[in-house]
Design a protein around this ligand. Structure first.
Ligand SMILES: Nc1nc2c(ncn2[C@@H]2O[C@H](COP(=O)(O)OP(=O)(O)OP(=O)(O)O)[C@@H](O)[C@H]2O)c(=O)[nH]1
Ligand SMILES: [Mg+2]
Length: 249
């Protein structure tokens, strides 16, 4: 059996980005009742968008801190697993880098199913690639439950655009993001601008959604409940009840 090395220190998320229900619950913790959660430790993320918009470079910048200026088309799909520690709990993103080229699209789309997060990528210097974002979303949603996915619209290659050019496309991108209920990010894989922040945001939101879904499934979410994340255990959360329970001690 292989033993995983510890999570990299720069993959530790000590706080969730917004004042979340989980943090609130942590803040007001009283007494605990254990709930073992099983399914929340990995989130599937698919990255879609036109050819050469920079999907592979984005993933490589984050996962390998590398950037290749030569274009090598992705054939079908590639895959990376990125491990985090969120609030002391191991959590991984399974990143599926799909091909933008039309001839590989049908292989790539067979990997869309089961995505928790969809990242639609466009090039901020290429209006057409933004125009195709809706179609990418539509295709990805055919294989997924639209009410159960988190969406991100990501503009790449920000380093190549002047502030004036960028502000024009930003308006369109922000509008589209609002319409499709996606969060909008602009970044550069060449310089690394915003790349780490973006993936931390993806991981934090995916973690939060998964934990809440598990708690909901376990039937233990009531007003006044408290969740405690037990960092000594891989899959243990605890919810508070008025009366004390011994099972987490
Ligand atoms: N200047 C600059 N170039 C970038 C950036 N991101 C990607 N590129 C370049 O854009 C080209 C395409 O990048 P890829 O990441 O391979 O594109 P892709 O979306 O994965 O393409 P497919 O696999 O065919 O779908 C490469 O030549 C990259 O070097 C960026 O942030 N800035
Ligand atoms: Mg690629």
């Amino acid at each position: 059996m292989s033993v995983l090395p510890p999570v990299r220190r720069d993959r530790v998320i000590a706080q969730l980005p917004q004042v979340s229900i989980i943090q609130y619950m942590l803040a007001v913790k009283q007494s605990f009742e254990c709930v073992t959660l099983s399914g929340f430790k990995i989130a599937k993320v698919i990255v879609v968008g036109d050819l050469a918009v920079g999907k592979t470079c984005l993933i490589n910048r984050f996962c390998k801190d590398a950037f290749d200026k030569n274009y090598k088309a992705t054939i079908g799909v590639d895959f990376e697993m990125e491990r985090f520690e969120v609030l002391g709990v191991p959590f991984s993103l399974q990143l599926w880098d799909t091909a933008g080229q039309e001839r590989f699209k049908c292989i790539a789309s067979t990997y869309y199913r089961g995505a928790q997060t969809i990242i639609i990528v466009f090039d901020v210097n290429d209006v057409a690639s933004l125009g195709h974002a809706r179609q990418w979303l539509e295709d990805a949603l055919k294989e997924n439950d639209p009410t159960n996915v988190q969406l991100f619209l990501v503009g790449t290659k920000k380093d190549l655009s002047s502030p004036a050019q960028y502000s024009q496309i930003e308006q369109d991108a922000t509008k589209l993001a609002e319409e499709i209920k996606a969060e909008y990010w602009a970044l550069s894989s060449l310089t690394g601008e915003n790349v780490k922040e973006f993936f931390f945001r993806v991981a934090s939101l995916a973690f939060e959604v998964n934990v809440l879904a598990e708690i909901e499934k376990s039937g233990s979410r009531h007003i006044g409940d408290v969740i405690k994340i037990n960092s000594n255990s891989n899959s243990l959360y605890a919810t508070s009840k008025k009366k004390q329970s011994n099972c987490c001690q």
